[in-house]
Write a new protein. Structure first.
Lengths: 194, 434
């Protein structure tokens, strides 16, 4: 990607509070879109808005980067408008990470990297996961979320019960992993760039 | 969820000259906003000739209810306006001059207070047709941007600006007419940002003013989710929503290039396969989308990296059959379908992708498919070469995006012939220099 393009995309993505939204969209895959209801659940599970109005506020803030079908309706679908934008969003997630101070656990952003096969210290991280139930749970939750997002983006819809179960599980996993060990600020902003 | 609510207020003022276009202009706008096929507001209230107190209560009630239900809210006000210094007042039935907040409706202040108190709105649109409404919009920008920006909420304002005391209701009448009939220059839905130039042309004695706030700052683009009505003039011809949205997105500010004409020429010469080639950012996908937008191809597909050839075939087949229930879902089935469509040329466009690499050779050279023409894209070895965007083309593009000439001059240099960079730079300019 040309530096001028990467820089422009970075500036368009630099909007406060949109970390969870960018993270959820980054996993829809190039050329894919998510139903607004599934996007809301995914973003909410990642610590972003849990109400439609605030989510759409963020969608407007990022609108130049997005493809929106039937916007403002229940049937709305959202994705990045170009594969290079999705690639840039994933790269930013890789670059940034969420700091957790002296916390011994891996940041959610680092676990996203591992999940994407982009973590530099992948072997070391996997060894840690074998010993750390907290990080393993978080990783498993992210994996389930990624699978769910991929399935939705592919046009298949999970049964409502499965959706509810997965979202509840992800939320519980993220919160339990973050709760006793991560500072509140990290919990609210993870994963992705600060 | 995603419900829409409207409040249309048409008000005469007993102490000022009567407005001949009321209440009809308000009724027309109310009708079109509540029409399920157009404005699709599940609740649309019409309030005629209210007192100041009634007007204030109605607006607050609408904001509160919309917030409680997390709905989008459209407020339209048609009537007399007055201003004192920078304060803009809507003159209600019992208002009198000189206006003050006790005997007239202090628009920006009261709506700001309502939105601050009831903050779960899913978008707010204010349509304002009063004399001196431009002052109201400017004031709204001053008063609201800080409050709603701090709350992270988005809203839009569209006004008829007219310093004369009788505007003739041109704005409201034209607005209702455009929303009812639709307009070719708009997309599938009509938005405030689309309407500014249309209403300016329809009402040359008034200046339409449009303000958009993205929840944090004023921006020079509209909120896709804040629409006023479905566009009756542009029912989508594509049964595939994703493809339709991609085509609309890619061709939104399309600047035709010589390569477009070259591709069309090759199609008319009956080339079975035309490959558009050029580096990333040269506009290959956009050219294919433009062919679809101009209905020069019968079906188009923009397969994602991971899409299978069968999925691409399904997308094409849906368009060819009008989404028939038994439309083909595999490449061989698509080939069979195409073999039945004899007697005319069938033109397909398939964007560069792994799926295209598999499907294009079969469709453009297969037996019994001599009547099929395929346009595709590739980075190398093509028939139509897309070079870097020229300075004149880029200048045209930035003008279409309403980027000022001064800004555009430096952006053209930075874009360096790359359409993707130009697009991103225009987006930034519209967001950061509103």
């Amino acid at each position: 990607m040309k530096p001028a393009l990467a820089q422009a995309y970075d500036r368009l993505m630099d909007r406060a509070g949109t970390t969870a939204l960018l993270a959820a969209l980054a996993d829809t895959g190039p050329g894919r879109t998510l139903p607004i209801t599934d996007l809301l659940q995914a973003v909410s599970a990642l610590g972003g808005p849990s109400r439609l109005g605030p989510l759409r506020d963020q969608l407007m803030a990022l609108q130049p980067l997005l493809l929106r079908m039937d916007p403002g309706t229940d049937e709305e679908q959202v994705g990045f408008r170009h594969p290079e934008i999705a690639a840039r969003a994933r790269a930013r997630r890789s670059d940034a990470g969420v700091t957790t101070g002296n916390d011994p656990h891996y940041a959610v952003a680092d676990l996203w990297l591992l999940l994407d096969g982009e973590a530099e210290a992948g072997t070391e991280m996997r060894e840690h996961l074998e010993e750390c139930a907290s990080c393993l749970e978080t990783f498993a939750g992210l994996e389930r979320l990624k699978l769910k997002v991929a399935r939705c983006a592919g046009g298949e819809h999970a049964p409502p019960e499965l959706r509810t179960r997965i979202v509840a599980s992800v939320r519980q996993t993220v919160e339990s992993a973050a709760g006793p060990t991560l500072p509140t600020s990290a919990r609210r902003s993870s994963p992705g760039p600060p | 969820m995603s419900d829409r609510r409207a409040l249309v207020i048409g008000t005469q003022c007993a102490s000022l000259a009567g407005l001949s276009f009321l209440p009809q202009a308000a009724r027309d706008l109310h009708e079109v906003l509540k029409d399920p096929a157009l404005g699709d507001c599940h609740t649309a209230q019409l309030l005629l000739d209210p007192t100041v107190r009634e007007l204030d209560a109605a607006v607050e009630d609408a904001v509160r209810t919309a917030s409680d239900n997390e709905e989008s809210l459209i407020i339209a006000i048609i009537g007399h306006g007055e201003y004192a210094d920078e304060d803009f007042y809507v003159m209600a039935q019992d208002s009198s001059c000189p206006a003050n907040s006790a005997r007239a409706y202090l628009l920006a202040q009261r709506i700001k207070e309502a939105v601050r108190e009831y903050s779960l709105l899913d978008g707010l649109i204010l349509l304002l047709d009063t004399c001196h409404a431009g002052i109201g919009a400017a004031q709204a920008a001053q008063h609201w941007v800080r409050t709603i920006g701090a709350a992270g909420r988005r809203f839009e304002v569209l006004t008829a600006s007219n310093e004369r005391t009788a505007s003739g209701g041109c704005f409201s009448r034209s607005l209702a007419a455009v929303l009812r009939k639709g307009h070719q220059d708009c997309g599938d839905r009509i938005r405030c940002s689309d309407l500014k130039p249309i209403l300016t042309a329809a009402c040359p004695h008034q200046t339409s003013q449009y303000l958009s706030f993205d929840g944090d700052r004023a921006v020079r683009y509209g909120d896709d989710a804040s629409w006023l009505a479905r566009n009756a003039a542009r029912a989508s011809s594509m049964p595939d929503r994703t493809t339709s949205a991609i085509v609309a997105e890619l061709t939104r500010w399309y600047v035709p290039t010589p390569a477009f004409a070259g591709t069309v020429r090759r199609l008319t010469r009956r080339s079975r396969c035309v490959t558009v080639t050029g580096p990333g950012g040269s506009g290959k996908s956009t050219l294919l989308a433009a062919l679809a937008a101009e209905r020069l191809v019968d079906a188009v597909a923009f397969p994602a990296e991971a899409d299978s050839p069968d999925l691409a075939a399904t997308v094409l087949a849906r368009q060819l059959t009008g989404s028939a229930p038994d439309a083909p879902t595999t490449v061989p089935a698509l080939e069979n379908l195409l073999r039945t469509l004899t007697g005319r040329r069938v033109r397909l466009a398939i964007d560069a992708s792994p799926a295209a690499s598999s499907i294009v050779p079969r469709l453009s050279a297969g037996p019994g498919l001599a009547h099929v023409q395929v346009v595709t894209a590739a980075e190398h070895e093509g028939d139509v070469v897309l070079g870097p965007a020229g300075r004149r083309e880029l200048a045209d593009y930035f003008r279409r995006r309403t980027v000022s000439q001064e800004e555009a001059a430096s952006l053209i240099d930075t874009a360096d012939g790359d359409w993707s960079v130009a697009r991103a730079l225009a987006d930034l300019a519209l967001r950061e220099h509103a």
